[in-house]
Design a binder for this molecule. Structure first.
Ligand SMILES: C[S@@+](CC[C@H](N)C(=O)[O-])C[C@H]1O[C@@H](n2cnc3c(N)ncnc32)[C@H](O)[C@@H]1O
Length: 640
């Protein structure tokens, strides 16, 4: 059925626009940017008679199609009750538009459109019906009965629904809430199926990470047009799954090959995929064998709409649906965005925002100061030495990019840039460093950083009216797969080049530590052979202190509150204060941990920020929790 529809639309495209137009179709990235401009231009349009025609001429222009070459205004029809009527815009076989002035009843407009539809010759009856009052759109696909309603301002998010204007098949997507859990479970099912079939370990992790990237790319404009990956899976692989593995391997090779180095006779369906780079697809891995159920699992995951995914939490959720036992052992307690903000806000973000506002409030000399501030942002670096799926790094990256967008808006108040946006955005994923013990999350972290990069680039494109993509990927985050307690962090990033250390290292009470963990803590804490009841997390505080000493690197971690209570205090804090010359710059007192992942960890935690005493801030922020499940109250002190 799908194939038939695709063929029908391909035929329709050719028939309507000729081969040439069909091939020169605009990319959806470009279309989204045009749609954002259109939405801004018509934000105040309200009057049916006066504005309908320019509105639709421009609307078709978004898609690179000249309205008058396909559709006409005021088409006369004789309704079944013998009365005359006029269709506001009519494109035989394809589209009927009933336009109203803003605020008029679209239900009535729907009835009217239905009457016109019934009055048309059967051969001319259009598949799509659009009701619109300038500010609200209601699109109906009469074949699938699918209805989509949205506000004009949201048009950029829905441009794919109008793919038919360019002769493209339109798909329906399952938008489910909460999308991240759903997506993680879909990939989790595939993971389980592959593992049960004997495809496991490193190769499985690499394979799934690549798939996650493809699934996301297929819905967010990295792959153009949308859903070529889904189409490839549905139409090019056997129903029994037998050739799924080899075809995916071939696709990964294509994604790893620059367009100008590809074979000229490469299969057309593969040649449509872009060069991705970034080493994501470069290592050879054994090809998995699929069966029909596994093929179905993957297609199901590809049908899901990945554009609403939050890269910051998806990875952790993915991990959590996989294996609860493993998760417990590795101490992988997923950190919510709210809790991540408790670390990065007081450590640097609030300060950067305040600096930005101070410049903005100035009456003179703003441009130079903003440029210097931009230089500063572009040089900042961040390390998370227990990064898991990278959520601290991803949220930090997003926040910096948002700050940069605000800054670019100040520097370009009219919104439209003459320069390439690529030059203007100077914050990139290579400012981010992570260390992670488990291979799979380390790989997900890297991929999820690129996903966030793409989301922020798309946002920048919409704001400044230029397509801004970083595909092929030019820069990579540095995510090291290794043991942070054995590794010399300076080999990843010299401390003199590190701006901040952040994260939520694993908590493991002394009683539950493995032999190796106990000896690592003892050695790092310099506790000798005997004694020592320090939690595993304390080793990260000490390593961060040792790493940053001399270079003065501020850091903040989430921690179990046991390190600030009882016998651990004397084992940890003298080293931090006296040996590494640190002071507490801010602290969140004990609060209850909350996690969106399954199997919530029942712990009480603190957040501690430390910085070199020599350069310590004069005002220290203390956040206390009258209700440990509630929000904190902030007080300010000269010392904590
Ligand atoms: C509490 S989780 C936090 C991860 C992530 N920030 C989050 O919120 O999901 C701690 C992470 O540290 C990792 N880890 C445990 N021991 C480690 C070690 N020795 N070196 C590096 N990472 C380690 C775990 O695999 C886990 O991903």
């Amino acid at each position: 059925m799908l194939l038939l529809k695709a063929q029908f639309f391909k035929g329709l495209g050719k028939q309507l626009f000729g081969q040439r137009n069909f091939i020169l179709r605009l990319s959806f990235n470009e279309i989204r940017v045009r749609a954002a401009k259109f939405a801004a231009d018509y934000a105040n349009a309200t009057y049916e008679k006066g504005e309908t025609q320019t509105f639709y001429n421009d609307f078709f222009g978004i898609f690179g199609v000249e309205r008058r070459s396909v559709a006409r205004y005021e088409e006369h029809v004789k309704k079944l009750d013998n009365r005359s009527g006029f269709i506001d815009l009519f494109w035989p076989k394809v589209l009927l538009v009933e336009q109203k002035s803003t605020g008029r009843d679209l239900v009535k407009a729907g009835t009217q459109a239905g009457e016109y539809f019934d009055a048309l010759k059967e051969a001319d009856r259009p598949r799509f019906q659009l009701l619109c009052d300038f500010q609200t759109f209601q699109l109906l696909d009469r074949d699938t009965r699918e209805e989509t309603a949205f506000a004009l301002a949201d048009l950029p998010k829905h441009v794919e629904k109008f793919g038919f204007i360019m002769g493209m098949e339109k798909r329906s997507f399952k938008d489910q809430d909460p999308v991240n859990i759903e997506a993680a479970e879909l990939v989790g099912h595939l993971h389980d199926a592959l593992e049960a079939g004997g495809y496991s370990g490193h190769k499985l992790e690499v394979f799934l990470t690549r798939l996650v990237f493809c699934l996301f790319a297929d819905d967010t404009g990295i792959f153009e047009p949308r859903d070529i990956f889904l189409e490839f899976l549905e139409t090019r692989t056997n129903i029994d799954g037998s050739d799924m593995g080899p075809l995916l391997t071939q696709l990964f090779e294509v994604l790893d090959t620059p367009e100008d180095q590809r074979q000229v006779n490469l299969d057309e369906d593969l040649a449509r995929f872009p060069y991705v780079n970034g080493s994501l697809f470069s290592d050879a891995i054994r090809t998995p064998a699929f069966n029909s159920a596994m093929r179905e699992r993957l297609i199901e995951a590809a049908q899901f709409n990945w554009s609403g995914i939050s890269p910051a939490i998806f990875g952790s959720l993915f991990q959590s649906v996989m294996n609860k036992e493993e998760r417990r052992k590795a101490g992988a307690h997923y950190t919510t965005e709210k809790n991540i903000m408790k670390v990065i806000g007081p450590l640097f973000l609030d300060g950067l925002r305040a600096e930005f506002e101070t410049i903005r409030a100035r009456k003179t000399g703003r441009k130079k100061l903003f440029q210097a501030f931009h230089d500063k942002l572009a040089k900042l670096t961040f390390m998370d030495p227990a990064c898991g799926c990278g959520n601290f790094l991803i949220i930090t990256y997003r926040e910096l990019r948002l700050l940069e967008i605000d800054l670019l808006r100040e520097l370009n108040p009219k919104g439209q840039l003459n320069l390439d946006a690529l030059i203007l955005s100077r914050i990139d994923v290579d400012q981010f460093y992570g260390i992670e013990f488990a291979e799979f999350p380390a790989r997900i972290a890297e991929t999820a950083m690129w996903m966030m990069d793409h989301i922020m680039n798309a946002q920048l494109s919409l704001i400044f009216g230029q397509v801004f993509l970083r595909i092929p990927l030019r820069k990579s985050p540095s995510i090291k797969h290794g043991d942070a307690l054995e590794l010399d962090w300076a080999t990843l990033l010299p401390p003199t080049q590190c701006s901040y250390i952040i994260g939520n290292p694993p908590f493991v009470g002394a009683k539950y530590q493995s032999e190796l963990q106990r000896s690592q803590v003892r050695q790092i804490a310099d506790l000798g052979k005997s004694g020592g009841t320090l939690d595993f997390v304390a080793a990260w505080f000490l390593k961060a202190g040792a790493y940053g000493k001399g270079a003065g690197v501020p850091f903040a971690f989430v921690s179990t509150n046991s390190i600030v209570q009882g016998e651990q205090v004397a084992q940890l804090w003298p080293s931090l204060f006296e040996k590494y010359k640190l002071e507490i710059s801010f602290a969140h007192q004990t609060f209850a941990w909350g996690s969106e992942a399954r199997g919530k960890a029942a712990v009480h935690v603190v957040v501690l920020g430390l910085e070199p005493a020599a350069t310590a801030r004069s005002v220290r922020r203390l956040f206390s929790y009258p209700d440990i499940k509630g929000d904190p109250i902030e007080t300010q002190h000269t010392a904590i």
